[in-house]
Design a protein around this ligand. Structure first.
Ligand SMILES: Nc1nc2c(ncn2[C@@H]2O[C@H](COP(=O)(O)OP(=O)(O)O)[C@@H](O)[C@H]2O)c(=O)[nH]1
Ligand SMILES: [Mg+2]
Length: 325
């Protein structure tokens, strides 16, 4: 069967591994949609031992993440982390109906790579995936890994909780801020400081970069750090200034993680958290189904009549959920 017709994951993987440009997007669509298709894809993807190195790029809208990502694509092509020259970009967009404009802009900023067959760019939202982005994104990374992509750049749109969580679930997490009074403090408030492995002060062509660096250093001084102090790199993404250094620092962080065993340990911890998310989503789904059932109406009636308290009701419900307990 022609690849363009099949939706069988095994055939799609086989085709994607040989560079088929239709098969890989199709696999990722199956992941986004969730359900049985996503299950079948995961069954293959998670059995692939190879794992891509992931770099998260997060920060406020307009900070220059897409422009920077575009520059990082060039570096990954010319000086790949493993001597490889292939790279994938996932632009994470949890609220796709509303931020179509942002993604469109990102596409324009990265379109000089559109014809490069060693660069794969895709925006991702979750449609029906149980567990949302926290589960769908790691699944997508596994798919890319399984077809042999060595490096995945993950740009998150916006700084909501979900996006921060997704950005943090990468091997190297870059937090992008801009010069200007208070930008570093805003990043701190958004919880970005805790997840940063390195900081980028982008738009360093504008005044205030030194002050922003000082703010970041000060905040780092007040933070309990492990054996890695996040470096701060100035960039001008629009011209490419500082991006070589940034790519070098990304490589340094990776080497650090590899040398002290953190890469393996952190990945195992993330997998455990992902497993937790999957279980949570399943239980929640089961619970919703249960609560929608007719017999629950009686429980609510009893509660509102004062014949039953919600804790007792929960006990009864859970006994029904877990018959053996
Ligand atoms: N002056 C200046 N403008 C930049 C720089 N990097 C990006 N921009 C501009 O900032 C705007 C937002 O960039 P974009 O990459 O879309 O930001 P994102 O929303 O974080 O992805 C665009 O108009 C870019 O051209 C920079 O280093 N200096
Ligand atoms: Mg962007």
């Amino acid at each position: 069967m022609a690849v363009s017709r099949t939706s069988d994951p095994a055939s799609l993987f086989a085709a994607a591994r040989t560079g088929d440009r239709v098969a890989l997007p199709r696999l990722l669509s199956l992941v986004e949609r969730g359900g049985d298709g996503a299950r079948a894809v995961a069954e293959i993807a998670y059995r692939s031992p190879q794992q891509a190195y992931t770099v998260g790029i997060t920060g406020a809208p307009g900070a220059g993440k897409s422009t920077l990502t575009d520059q990082l694509i060039n570096r990954a092509r010319s000086r790949g982390l493993d001597g490889s020259d292939q790279v994938a970009v996932l632009a994470i967009d949890p609220s796709s109906p509303f931020s179509g404009g942002a993604i469109l802009g990102d596409r324009v900023r990265m379109q000089n790579h559109a014809l490069d067959e060693k660069v794969f760019i895709r925006s991702m939202a979750t449609r029906g995936h149980l567990g949302g982005l926290a589960v769908a994104v790691p699944d997508a990374v596994r798919v890319l890994s399984a077809v042999g992509v060595p490096v995945v750049l993950l740009e998150t749109v916006g700084v909501g909780q979900q996006e921060v969580a997704v950005a943090a679930a990468t091997d190297t997490t870059i937090v992008v801020v801009n010069p200007g009074w208070g930008d570093a403090i805003q990043a701190n408030k958004a919880g970005l400081l805790e997840i940063a492995d390195l900081f980028v002060i982008n738009k360093a062509d504008r005044p205030g970069a030194r002050e922003t660096r000082r703010d970041l250093e000060l905040m780092l001084d007040l933070t309990q750090l492990g054996d890695w102090r996040p470096p701060i790199v100035d960039t001008v993404a629009s011209s490419g200034d500082g991006v070589d250094e940034l790519w070098t620092v990304i490589g340094d962080h990776r080497a650090h993680l590899v040398a002290n065993g953190d890469l393996v340990r952190f990945r195992r911890e993330r997998l455990a958290r992902e497993f937790h998310q999957i279980l949570l989503a399943r239980v929640e789904h089961q619970l919703d189904t249960l609560l929608a059932a007719d017999r629950f109406a009686g429980v609510v009636a009893d509660m509102s009549a004062g014949a039953l308290d919600p804790y007792e009701a929960a006990d009864r419900l859970l006994t029904g959920l877990l018959p053996d307990s």
